[in-house]
Design a protein around this ligand. Structure first.
Ligand code: HEC
Ligand code: HEC
Length: 319
């Protein structure tokens, strides 16, 4: 019988069960130990976190990689102890943009600055709003915060970006030809000499053009000379492909650089975003559209100086 008493009792039981499971149980089982990648944030990183909260970044970004997430290469499944210093936590539930829990060190600061100024500068098809209105100090704070996401794993990637950046800036300052040779010297020889296995037919070039316009054009520019709209924000500047008219190159060299990115520069790691055929197609597009001469080997041998490790690689924090 549904007497007022049974209804009242029912409500009380449901209310007790709900508050136990959503209030008390989480509080009782909340982590008290930091995870192995945890580190405390610095003051500037905390300032950046305030900007993250105020500007609604959580509306589009999560900071939580679930065990069920399937990705090309999930960097780490998040652990409760990663968030021990976070109140309120910023796990989020909307993924209009990518998860940011391991964002630190995937890109150097100059890429981040260009991206916040206008996301289209570095990702032409992006739908993220621009944050041009930040002052220089605020931008520094927000970048410090995103570079800290991922704890000590992020620190290792940031250290690798900072290790390579001065070497790349120095090579760029020696002139475009010296820079092309420097980059060549850091591509494994089996790649530097590999021809593009795909024919540069009309389909491949149309696909390559599409990829170029979706991903590359605002850095490398509509005519491939490195003068895209993002260039003023970046150091070293985007590569001028026309330099390869007089420098050694191969389809495999282009492929390797696009796949791996160039850690320390804004050149992103595309292995996760572009499948292999698309990388060969955009290489063919660059070759026919901007270089226009046949691949050549170095006239004077360029000794191999070891690879620049990709920003996403889990190990090897310096070389
Ligand atoms: C309307 C949704 C939206 C909002 C709001 C938003 N983003 Fe994004 N964000 C995106 C999308 C979509 C991408 C992927 C495309 C791109 O890189 O621009 C992205 C990409 C990013 C990336 C690059 C991730 C990578 O390495 O590829 C970072 C960092 C980032 N956002 C930070 C922020 C921060 C910080 C804020 C707040 C100040 C913010 N976003 C606000 C949608 C959003
Ligand atoms: C955010 C800017 C940015 C984007 C986007 C970008 N690049 Fe780059 N790229 C660079 C920079 C900067 C360098 C040069 C680094 C240096 O000189 O140290 C570079 C270098 C390269 C190189 C190396 C050339 C060589 O001879 O070693 C290739 C190839 C290349 N980019 C192709 C591409 C392709 C293809 C895309 C799109 C799929 C792309 N890049 C997107 C910034 C970018």
């Amino acid at each position: 019988m549904m007497t007022p008493r049974t209804v009242g009792l029912g409500i009380a039981i449901i209310a007790a069960a709900t508050s136990f499971s959503v209030l008390f149980l989480p509080a009782m089982t909340a982590p008290t130990q930091p995870s192995e990648i945890f580190r405390a944030r610095t003051n500037i990183e905390n300032e950046g976190r305030v900007l993250y909260i105020r500007n609604g970044c959580i509306g589009c970004h999560t900071q939580y990689i679930r065990p069920s997430d399937w990705a090309f290469e999930p960097l780490r499944v998040s652990q409760a102890g990663d968030y021990i210093a976070d109140s309120p936590h910023l796990l989020g539930s909307e993924r209009t943009g990518p998860d940011l829990s391991q964002e630190g060190g995937l890109h150097p600061d100059d890429w981040q600055a260009a991206h916040f100024h206008d996301p289209r500068f570095v990702r032409p098809a992006s739908i993220m709003p621009d944050f041009e209105f930040f002052s220089d100090d605020q931008l520094r704070e927000l970048i410090a915060y995103v570079q800290s996401l991922g704890g000590t794993m992020a620190d290792a990637r940031v250290a690798r970006q900072n290790y390579w950046k001065p070497a790349l800036i120095a090579a760029y300052a020696r002139g475009q030809d010296a820079n092309a040779e420097f980059l060549y010297a850091h591509v494994p020889p089996q790649w530097a000499t590999l021809p593009n296995p795909y024919p540069a037919d009309a389909n491949a070039l149309a696909q390559g053009e599409f990829v170029y316009e979706q991903e590359c054009i605002n850095c490398h520019g509509p005519v491939g000379d490195g003068n895209g709209v993002a260039a003023p924000y970046l150091n070293p500047k985007p590569f001028d492909f026309t330099v390869l008219k007089r420098q050694p190159w191969s389809g495999g060299l282009l492929y390797y650089q696009i796949m791996n990115g160039i850690t320390g520069s804004a050149m992103p790691y595309f292995k996760e975003d572009l499948e292999s055929a698309k990388i060969w197609d955009v290489s063919n597009y660059i070759a026919t559209q901007f270089i226009g001469t046949a691949p050549t080997l170095p006239k004077v041998p360029i000794p191999y100086q070891g690879a620049i490790p990709a920003s996403r690689e889990p190990k090897g924090n310096k070389q």
